[in-house]
Ligand binder design. Structure first.
Ligand code: SME
Length: 164
């Protein structure tokens, strides 16, 4: 198992994603435990990009429950019923990645941290249901774009192949 993450400092983000994805693959290929793999993926993304908050929520019935993350303490439970709440709830309900350039303009955004300004949430859909979401929050507006979506969806695909 790799002990050190190798990432080129100040490289463009597509290059950083290209560097970390094989390292994520080799980390999770060597481990069967879902929580361990979510924890290491959150750590890799945090080390590579250092956004405000990087982590996972895992669906339990009609609720998303806080999973492994890096960053400030966060809301522990996000309801999906009667209405899916927040950006995470929207990603879970629509089963589509949510790219939010300005969280204040997203109706129902859940402000776990007032420092959060923009956000991306990527769902892992298996057996017809969202099972997990990857949530990354930035303290700056307009942080995430199609590049983040492309590569975060690839990371979610690796996780799906490994565990679902
Ligand atoms: N902002 C998210 C909630 C989770 S935290 O940001 C960690 C949302 O609106 O779903």
């Amino acid at each position: 198992m790799a002990e050190t993450l190798l990432v080129t400092k100040d490289a463009p983000k597509d290059q950083v994603y290209e560097e970390i994805i094989p390292q994520i693959k080799s980390l999770i290929d060597g481990e069967d435990n879902l929580v361990a793999n979510l924890a290491n993926i959150a750590a890799v993304l945090d080390t590579a990009f250092g956004h405000l908050w990087t982590g996972f929520y895992v669906r339990e019935g009609e609720t998303l429950v806080l999973g492994p993350f890096q960053g400030p303490i966060a809301c522990t439970r996000i309801p999906l019923q009667p209405v899916a709440r927040g950006v995470c709830g929207a990603a879970a309900a629509t089963k589509q990645t949510q790219l939010v350039p300005d969280v204040e303009k997203f109706p129902g955004h859940i402000a776990c941290s007032s420092a959060s300004k923009s956000e991306i949430v990527v769902p892992l859909v298996a057996d017809g249901e969202t099972q997990i979401v990857l949530d990354i929050d930035s303290e700056y507006l307009n942080t995430f774009d199609a590049t983040d979506q492309l590569y975060c969806e690839k990371i979610i695909d690796l996780l799906k192949e490994r565990h679902f």
